[in-house]
Design a protein around this ligand. Structure first.
Ligand SMILES: [Ca+2]
Length: 231
């Protein structure tokens, strides 16, 4: 288990507050304080500290993992990267939609963890991302990419990544990136990458969305999305 520096500092602070010497200054303990008893008491204190350390560590670890797995990192100064491994999708992650398509995968196994997204004859649209440009970062991007992993049950399925831009709920720009030719192998996870150049002028009030659209009527699964906006 790894703990970030901040959590380790919190643990240290909490453990220092615990009055670990109170066993020794308790009159009852002092009266019966043979060598063995002191050792047992010392062990008790050690166990108490260990127990508290583990409990606090578990609590802090749980807190740190309870949030969205979707992270927004500002890697290079001119780009924003957003990732989602779908493991917490059922808990509803801001900016992500269509959670009903996220399933606990058994056969095939998900690409990461337990969850991936399914599209098939009744589910044409995948788990999706949608957000106003102004909520992503100042300014508007020049281009964006959506990459991830895909698993198809039929060779060359008719499936595409859609990048849609809306302005006041009306469609402003609609771009399609077909994946059909790239996905020739069935029964295995394949990495895909789709790129979108924004050739029309954008403004921060517009909303950008990404979704996979499966028209093959056959099962195609997706996992580990990564969206990169370049400014
Ligand atoms: Ca996953």
């Amino acid at each position: 288990m790894k703990f970030p520096l901040l959590q380790m500092k919190a643990l240290s602070l909490i453990l220092n507050i615990i009055p670990s010497q109170q066993f020794f200054i308790n009159k009852k303990n002092v009266n019966f304080a043979s060598g063995k008893f002191i050792i047992r008491t010392a062990n008790l204190i050690y166990m108490k500290k260990l127990f508290l350390f583990v409990m606090v560590a578990l609590l802090l670890s749980a807190c740190s993992n309870s949030g969205s797995k979707s992270t927004t990192d500002q890697g290079a100064q001119n780009e924003i990267v957003i990732t989602n491994d779908l493991e917490n999708a059922k808990g509803v992650i801001p900016s992500w939609y269509n959670e009903k398509t996220v399933v606990n995968m058994k056969d095939p196994l998900a690409h990461s963890g337990s969850y991936a997204c399914v599209t098939n004859d009744t589910i044409e649209f995948s788990y999706s991302y949608s957000e106003l440009f102004k909520n992503i970062r100042n300014g508007v991007p020049k281009m964006a990419t959506l990459s991830g992993w895909i698993y198809t049950t039929v060779a060359n399925p008719e499936i595409s990544i859609i990048c849609n831009i809306n302005e006041n709920k009306n469609r402003y720009q609609w771009k399609v990136y077909p994946l059909e030719k790239e996905i020739s192998e069935t029964g295995k996870w394949i990495e895909f990458n789709s790129s979108f150049y924004f050739d029309k002028p954008l403004n921060p009030e517009q909303e950008v969305s990404f979704v996979a659209w499966n028209l093959s009527k056959k099962a195609v699964y997706l996992d580990d999305f990564k969206i990169t906006f370049m400014y």
